[in-house]
Design a protein around this ligand. Structure first.
Ligand SMILES: Nc1ncnc2c1ncn2[C@@H]1O[C@H](COP(=O)(O)OP(=O)(O)OP(=O)(O)O)[C@@H](O)[C@H]1O
Ligand SMILES: [Mg+2]
Length: 244
C-alpha cells in the first residue's frame, strides 16, 4: 500500500481490553475503541493518567495480543517506538543502543540521526552518564534509526522542564515533517498536543474510548496564541465535562 497523503495507515478497533487484577477481578480498560491514523499526519491522543494510553500503544505495536478487536497495519509498516521511559540498555553506549535496533544501518546514517537529535557528541556515552533530556533524545534517535514509516510516542517529553520539552517537540516536528511520517503521540499535556498535532483525539470514560476528536485546520507554524488559547478552552471544556 502506498502511504501518500490522505490515505489511512492504521485502523484499529478494540472491542474490549481487560486485565485480570491480582485479586482475580477483570478490569476493563478499553471498550468499543476505534482509531484511524492518516498517512503523514501527526495525531495526538490526549487523556488522563490510568485511562489506557500505554495499554493501547502496546496493542498497536504488537506487544500485547490479549484483546478483542483488530489492528490493521499495511504489511510494509515499520514502527519506531518511543516508550514512556527511555528504556536504554545501561551496559551499552549510545551508539550501540542505536545499533541494536538498526544492525544493518550505515555508520554515517546513525551519526546523522544522532546529529539531528543533538546527541552527536554523546555516541560514546553510557546511559548512566546522560541527563534525562539527553536520554530522551537517544530514545527518539533510536526510534528514527529503524527508518520507520509509523512513529509511536508515549509521552516522550514527560518530566522534562517546559522549555526543553518545547524545544524537543519542535525538533520532533521538523524531523517528522521532513520524512512525512505518520505519527501517534500520546500525551496528557493539551498545550503540547495543540502545538504539535494535526489531529487531536481525546480519551475518556471508564472503560475508555475516544470521546471527541479535532482536526487542527490551521497549520502549526501559523497558529496564533489566541487561536491556540481558544482551542485549549474548547477542548479543555470537553475534557472537564467528561471527567465530571
Ligand atoms: N499488566 C497490567 N495488569 C493489570 N492492570 C494493568 C496492567 N497494565 C495496566 N493496567 C491498568 O490499566 C489501566 C490503564 O493503564 P495504562 O498504563 O495504559 O494507563 P496510561 O493512560 O498510560 O496512564 P499514564 O498516563 O499514567 O501513563 C490502569 O488502570 C492500570 O492500572
Ligand atoms: Mg502510560
Amino acid at each position: 500500500m502506498s502511504l501518500a497523503g490522505g490515505q489511512r495507515q492504521l485502523d484499529i478497533k478494540i472491542t474490549r481490553k481487560a486485565f485480570r487484577t491480582a485479586s482475580g477481578e477483570l478490569r476493563e480498560v478499553l471498550r468499543d475503541f476505534s482509531l484511524v491514523l492518516d498517512a503523514g499526519k501527526i495525531h495526538a491522543l490526549v487523556g488522563p493518567s490510568g485511562y489506557g494510553k500505554t495499554t493501547l500503544l502496546r496493542i498497536i505495536i504488537g506487544l500485547d495480543r490479549d484483546f478483542e478487536g483488530q489492528v490493521s497495519l499495511p504489511p510494509d509498516t515499520k514502527i519506531g517506538m518511543v516508550f514512556q521511559e527511555p528504556r536504554l540498555l545501561p551496559w551499552r553506549n549510545v551508539r550501540d543502543n542505536l545499533r541494536l535496533v538498526a544492525p544493518e544501518a550505515a555508520e554515517a546514517d546513525l551519526s546523522r540521526i544522532a546529529a539531528d537529535l543533538g546527541i552527536g557528541e554523546h555516541l560514546n556515552y553510557f546511559p548512566g552518564e546522560l541527563s534525562l533530556g539527553l536520554a530522551r533524545r537517544v530514545a527518539l534517535a533510536r526510534a528514527f534509526a529503524v527508518e520507520p514509516n509509523l512513529l509511536v510516542l508515549d509521552e516522550p517529553f514527560v518530566s522534562l522542564d517546559r522549555p526543553l520539552a518545547m524545544r524537543l517537540g519542535d525538533e520532533l516536528v521538523t524531523l517528522v515533517e521532513r520524512k512525512k511520517l505518520t505519527t501517534l503521540l500520546v500525551t496528557h499535556d493539551l498545550d503540547e498536543a495543540i502545538r504539535l498535532a494535526d489531529h487531536i483525539m481525546l480519551l475518556g470514560g471508564r472503560p475508555a474510548k475516544i470521546i471527541a476528536d479535532f482536526n487542527i485546520s490551521c497549520p502549526r507554524a501559523t497558529m496564533t496564541a489566541e487561536h491556540a488559547a481558544e482551542l485549549k478552552a474548547e477542548i479543555g471544556a470537553i475534557m472537564a465535562g467528561a471527567s465530571a
